[in-house]
Design a protein around this ligand. Structure first.
Ligand code: SF4
Ligand code: SF4
Ligand code: SF4
Length: 167
């Protein structure tokens, strides 16, 4: 991504309040079919939650399960999909989430001239590119929204947002 465009986009996001939503965004499990939520709500086994080796699946009473990226991310291993016996997931393999990752540049250590590369180091998809030493930017084409960068950021400034559907 062009550096100036990324910087401008981040500033616009800050100015419009993006990244400061009142409700936190909890992504569905990869491949979850929202229309089949009733099947999921009647599930008594929580097989998806129990099988996830990353421990990122949260299931609360009266809600369908969601992902919590505060410590780990999704490897898209597909184990939760295989474990579900309630027809809650699409059949094809899922390799990304319908979500968008943003870096809050006002809080980011690197953008504020303190060396930090934690997010880029953990990203297997090389979706965080540094422009020089100080300016990490998300390559939205490469980012799978796996969430691994979120929990490692010492400034807690990486956030996940619903992907805006193109019209
Ligand atoms: S795909 Fe794998 S890592 Fe991701 S939520 Fe499902 S079981 Fe967990
Ligand atoms: S930048 Fe995207 S692909 Fe890389 S760790 Fe973060 S969420 Fe995953
Ligand atoms: S881990 Fe956080 S503070 Fe460090 S460079 Fe990435 S976004 Fe900035």
């Amino acid at each position: 991504m062009d550096s100036r465009r990324g910087f401008f986009t981040s500033l616009v996001a800050l100015a419009t309040g993006a990244g400061k939503e009142e409700k936190p965004f909890h992504p569905h499990l990869p491949g979850f079919i929202v229309e089949n939520s009733d099947n999921c709500l009647s599930c008594t086994t929580s097989a998806c939650k129990n099988v996830c080796e990353e421990g990122i699946i949260v299931r609360e009473e009266s809600t369908v399960p969601y992902l919590d990226f505060s410590r780990r991310g999704c490897t898209f291993c597909g184990e939760c999909i295989t474990a579900c016996e309630s027809d809650c997931f699409v059949a094809e393999p899922i390799t990304s989430l319908k979500a968008e990752i943003k870096i809050g540049i006002l809080s980011c250590l690197a953008w504020n001239k303190t060396i930090c590369r934690s997010c880029a180091d953990v990203c297997n998809d090389k979706a965080i590119q540094f422009i020089g030493l100080w300016n990490p930017e998300i390559d939205s084409n490469a980012c799978t929204a796996c969430g691994f960068c979120i929990g490692v950021c010492p400034a807690f400034t990486i956030t996940l947002h619903p992907l805006k559907e193109s019209t």
